[in-house]
Design a protein around this ligand. Structure first.
Ligand code: 5GP
Length: 207
């Protein structure tokens, strides 16, 4: 099949507890030609997390070696752990003609904007501060001081929402998903994403 457009780079950020992970999974289930770039992290896996699927879990020494070898297109320290996006993984997904989705924090999003100015940045907000607190407390795997730290970080991240192109409030999961799909589909139809050579070859040749 002829590729009529180049793949987009979609950045999704949200304070932890906004429901981004579930939204992301549902988005990918709806859009087969879209793939997450699995990040590297030095944090411990949570219950149910699979190496190579949710993250590539690595030791700090290896992470630092990867920084030194310029293997990350961006990296950040979040809650005392390192997280990074692999340049190679992004390139592989794009080479396969797919959109890449990055689930990264605000610091990472800022760096991605510099490297890929045409990336599409979407911020997910929880419906309220109270809902955010409840969702964070519902995660039994995290200690109270971890929850307090995440709430503070959530405020710091929400302060930066104006850096994004789109904001989606995750009140009802289904409504938020539909909104997210609308954004992703509209971005695919942008004229500057089109393969102009294909249009010329297909329609503009004189008869
Ligand atoms: P968690 O530990 O809850 O999975 O993620 C904590 C935060 O790290 C989230 O805000 C998540 O978006 C962010 N994060 C995950 N992977 C990356 C990455 O590769 N780079 C950056 N900058 N942030 C990331």
């Amino acid at each position: 099949m002829i590729r009529k457009r180049t793949g987009n780079l979609i950045v999704l950020s949200a304070p932890s507890g906004a429901g981004k992970t579930t939204l992301c999974q549902k988005l990918l289930a709806e859009m087969p030609d879209m793939q997450m770039s699995v990040s590297y992290t030095t944090r411990q896996p949570r219950a149910g997390e699979v190496d190579g699927v949710h993250y590539s879990f690595i030791e700090k020494e290896r992470f630092q070696a990867m920084i030194a070898d310029a293997e990350f297109v961006e990296w950040a320290e979040v809650h005392g752990n390192y997280y990074g996006t692999s340049r190679r993984r992004i390139e592989e997904i794009r080479a396969a003609g797919k959109d890449v989705v990055l689930d990264i924090d605000v610091q990472g999003a800022r760096q991605i904007r510099q490297v890929f100015p045409d990336s599409v940045h979407i911020f997910i907000l929880p419906p309220s501060q109270e809902a955010l607190r409840q969702r964070l407390e519902g995660r039994m795997s995290d200690a109270p001081e971890v929850i307090a730290r995440r709430l503070q970080k959530a405020r710091d991240e929400i302060r930066e929402y104006r850096l994004y192109d789109y904001v989606i409030i995750n009140d009802s999961l289904d409504a938020a998903l539909q909104e997210l799909l609308s954004v992703v589909r509209a971005e695919r139809a942008r004229v500057d994403r089109f393969d102009h050579a294909w249009v010329a070859a297909s329609f503009l040749k004189e008869e």
